[in-house]
Structure formats: C-alpha cells, structure tokens
Design a protein around this ligand. Structure first.
Ligand code: SAM
Length: 128
C-alpha cells in the first residue's frame, strides 16, 4: 500500500462488508444455492473447485487482485470469464486496473471494457 502511495485511511471504507448482509442480498436477488466463504480471497484454494464459470472480482487492491487472477485463470471453464470492477485510473481503487493491465499484457490478452468501469478476462473459447 505504501509502495503504491495509497492512503490506508481510504480502506476504512471497506469495513461495511459482512457475510449476513451478503447472504441477504443474494437471497433478495433470488439465489438460494450458494456457499459463502469468508476471508482473504487470495488465500483461498481456488484449485479445490472443479472449475470457475464466472467470477466478479471487486477487491480493488492490487496484490490480492493479481493473486486471484493468477489462481482463477487456469480454472476458468470454456466460455467463462472474470469481470473486474473499478478498472479506472487515478483513484484510490486503481489497484484493480493495474493488476488487470499487467495480467492481460503478460498473456497477450485483449483489454475488454465492460460497462463504464468494468473489465473482462475471457476464459478459453468453446471449440465446436
Ligand atoms: C469495493 S468493495 C466491494 C464489495 C462488494 N462487491 C460490494 O459491492 O459491496 C471491496 C471489498 O473487497 C474487500 N477486500 C479487500 N481485500 C480483500 C481480500 N484480500 N480478500 C477478500 N476481500 C477483500 C474489502 O473488504 C471490500 O469489502
């Protein structure tokens, strides 16, 4: 955080998140088959999943975003993808954009904008 010149106080705004609120919101949207895993997403063993169809990555902090991208990319199902939120420059949350850019550039992947501030990493295409 210091290395990237970020003010740690910006991250106090992250303290609102909690599992109960998340569960309530998922149910409100009509989902009932899910498992909530709390903790550091970059410490989760993504390889314990069979595959990943879709991931919304909204961490905003460079290092865990990069670690999750590296861990999940090989797990993507054909036709699946990872959408990163907040991929905009020059704001306290631009770690997302930096991780995304470095990740796609290292693999020769295209920059795919989703909406106003999202970005997409596509999984392998389905071969017919
Ligand atoms: C921009 S907020 C988005 C939260 C949620 N998507 C929402 O819309 O309410 C970023 C969230 O990432 C969480 N976060 C930061 N680093 C994380 C990490 N290493 N693992 C899991 N969550 C993390 C923060 O606690 C914060 O709640």
């Amino acid at each position: 955080m210091k290395e990237r010149g970020k003010d740690p106080r910006e991250y106090d705004k992250f303290r609102y998140g909690d599992a109960h609120r998340f569960e309530r919101n998922l149910r409100k949207q009509g989902y009932d088959a899910f498992r909530i895993v709390e903790g550091d997403a970059s410490a989760f063993d993504w390889s314990s999943l069979t595959s990943v169809g879709a991931l919304l990555l909204d961490i905003d902090v460079y290092e865990p975003t990069m670690k999750v991208l590296e861990a999940v990319y090989p797990m993507l199902a054909p036709g699946g993808g990872i959408v990163l939120d907040d991929c905009l420059p020059d704001n306290p949350w631009d770690g997302s954009l930096r991780a995304y850019r470095e990740f796609i550039e290292a693999r020769g992947l295209p920059f795919i904008r989703v909406g106003h501030k999202g970005a997409l990493v596509r999984g392998p295409e389905v071969i017919r």
